[in-house]
Design a binder for this molecule. Sequence first.
Ligand code: NAD
Length: 480
Amino acid sequence: MKVGAQWRNSASGEWIDSENPYTGEVWARIPRGTTADVTDAVEAADEAGRGEWGSLTATQRGRLLYRLAQLIREKGGRLAELEITDIGRRRREALGVVDHLAGYFEYYAGLADKVEGSVSPFDKPGFFHYTRYEPMGVVACIVPWNGPLLLTTTKIAPALAAGCAVVIKPSEFASTSVLHLVELADEAGFPPGVINVVTGYGSEIGDALTSHPLVRKVAFTGGHVGGHAVARSAATGFKHVTLELGGKAPNIVFADADLDAALAGVSMGIFNTSGQACLAGSRLLVERSIADEFVAKLADQMRDARLGDPADMDTDIGPIATRPQFTSVLERIDAAKREGATPVLGGNRVAPTGGENGLFVEPTIFTNVTNDMRIAREEVFGPVLVAIPFDTDDEAVAIANDTDFGLTAGLWTSSLDRALNLPPRLAAGTVWVNTYRTVSVMAPFGGFKNSGIGRENGVDAIKDYLEPKSIIIRPGASVA
Ligand code: NAD
């Protein structure tokens, strides 16, 4: 872990084993952080904010972010390798993520010195009022295992651009790539204490981090259990909070759509990253007149998918990233079968050649599903799609919105009318029309309902790390 200027082991001297989900073998161990480590890291971040970091200009902060982006472009291969080994991310995806990261840091590097205050007309004669934006202070960045690099970057890039110092808490299952990103940040020249990482179990150190009085903002991505704990802790300390939580996205296909494009979009929407994405399009809502044929074609396509080594460029489906998640996906598949859903594709554990001890689940499609079944309501976070037919636009919207989540939704249609009129009716933070998973640093991302609070990405995200301060001056007044 990294605390202040020091790379160090945990105060307890204990370690957590990290499993390679393709081989099933322990390949790394990471320090099992303690509350003492958290306290040290938060204090180091606070000190950095009051010291050298706090005295840099916004332009100088931007230059450091550009330098980090440049190093990611030059040396990002190692970052990709670490995600391939640690969480079984497919090479094709890992390389795309690394490229995205660099663009992310560049975007916020450019924004760092473009945050401007304002002068108001003020409604009292003789007074002068202006508003300036100040860094919030220490930010806790809590990251899940399914996107360690990207979901660290979505937090630290705007936080650092705003002038905050950060304490990162990566997932206990996926810390190695984040640790290497921080090594690159060291090389870029960020002053000591600006970027700290404490590894360890959320259940052991999460509360110490989110409840620390010097932490002024918590940026969290994860599941709703952790999200609730963070929200409670943040409420107690009146901290700012951003919560990016889970999803159960509808991907709605109308008969008038370009069906080849829809097939590709639906399959990529759920099966990329083996379904382990908050934005996975895990509910296919398909117009009844084409439902049987569409599902049959999708199943046929996926039958040929190559499961195997995530390091291989040709692999279509990699392993499930962690053993608990693997168990959880299989349990939900079993529950769906018990509830009467029919697996028209997959539905089992599988052992591809070379990955016999790996955590593989077949790409799975269920039909005979109603939207009240567990498999249609709970986030599976695995390569599992449910197909539900609908007859009318109103019915499609009703089923789409009948969920506790509201992160993303997809729509496939050639009708301009539908493309314009349906997205406003869908309760989701992002709606894609004739595309899916198209994300950008420029497009705000976050959820409605149980999918979270606040947005990451975009120009406004930097303001989530800044406090507006009103300064009101009465020139010429004598101060008694
Ligand atoms: P998780 O909630 O178990 O863990 C996320 C992080 O929170 C980990 O670092 C964990 O150690 C930490 N944590 C756990 N309990 C905590 C506590 N009480 N206080 C502070 N920190 C705590 O989630 P996960 O299983 O790692 O990730 C999967 C979940 O993340 C899924 O639900 C997925 O949908 C969600 N996710 C959401 C987005 C988004 O942008 N909306 C993106 C990716 C993943």
